[in-house]
Write a protein that binds this ligand. Sequence first.
Ligand SMILES: C[S@@+](CC[C@H](N)C(=O)[O-])C[C@H]1O[C@@H](n2cnc3c(N)ncnc32)[C@H](O)[C@@H]1O
Length: 394
Amino acid sequence: MSRLLVASLPARTPSSLLDLGAGEGALALEASSRWKCLDLVTVDVDHHASRVLAQQLQRRGFAGRHRHVQQDALEVDLCRRLSQEMKWRPSAAVCNPPFLVPAWRKGYCSIVEDAGFSGALPAITSTDAATLFLAQNLRLMEMGGTVAIIVPDSLVSASKYQRFRETLLAKYDLQQAIRLPRGAFAGTDALAHVFVVAKRKPANDLVRLSVLPALGAKVKSIYVDRDRAAKRLDYFFHASQQQQQHPPSLALADIVVDLRRGSFNSAEVRASPAFVLHTTDIHQAMRGTWFDFTGGDETYRDERFKSAVIAEAGDILLSRVGRNAADKVIGVLAGSIAISDCLYRLRVGPDHRVSVLRSLTSAAGESWLKAHAYGVAARQISKADLLMLPVEPL
Ligand SMILES: C[S@@+](CC[C@H](N)C(=O)[O-])C[C@H]1O[C@@H](n2cnc3c(N)ncnc32)[C@H](O)[C@@H]1O
């Protein structure tokens, strides 16, 4: 992963390279292998990590210059501290920030403002550290410099970051967004991407979206125009749309009667006196079939089920979250069943029930659902996206 990230930077030796949150230096070490005489500056709050990095550089015979700054990388005055360490602003940066939402500090506003992201970020209580690390890198970098940074899937896919993506694409030259395979980082299943951003106005209207299908595989790319790319900076999302030769004649939004998620969370499902259908109850063999739920009707008259979402004959149930969400799609043949909040209840008129269930479970429907699911850990599909599902007529 480090090699891919460092290789995505321009070939010329940077005048100096910055690694914010360098840790034990996986990225800095890779950069030092590519450019032997590098002027390298690493920053991390953790002192121990820097000692390991210094030893590694020495062992590998690094011929450049390395300085480590033990400091919070998100300090507003980091610029002043770095100018003591490096003569010029960095012309390249690598970064693998922590995937968390930090407690907001006043100084973050200046970092965000200086990078031109004011008003483009979601609520401060839900802004990922990655946006702050990206902003800080762009703020510190010389004009024309390039940063390669690992970001969580939320920045790429979540609607709360749409304004951020629009601003990023308008103010900077996003040279490439690379989707990494799940499990790319030891010990985590998080879905992450690499952004390669040059600090200059965009050179053209096309954005390169790439995917690394598996570790060691070849990167595949497509080009998407900037306006569409802002919707999602995700290879699969746009590749699946480009494969659709013709726009669908019918979308789910055209025929939906009701679409809502269930009302019971996992704890309530466990405590419920009557059976509540959860994603784990829907097995592979049930996929795409019409299922008979006759038998539960009496219990659901209980007071506790008054405001519950109950699925009835003709409804279609599908998983809203989870890695195998596209597998968990069934129809209700008869009876009624309360559902958990991990499931959607989809209601369409009798004429469309069969075609909708078939569209959701066809090979094309399955890849469509996978391409439109988003999320760093558990994948989920939003209502707005689901309503765009193309429905194949019978
Ligand atoms: C995900 S690790 C990445 C480490 C290394 N760059 C790599 O790719 O393996 C994130 C690193 O950021 C450091 N870190 C987290 N918050 C920081 C902050 N506010 N300032 C400086 N370093 C920070 C952590 O100590 C940790 O070493």
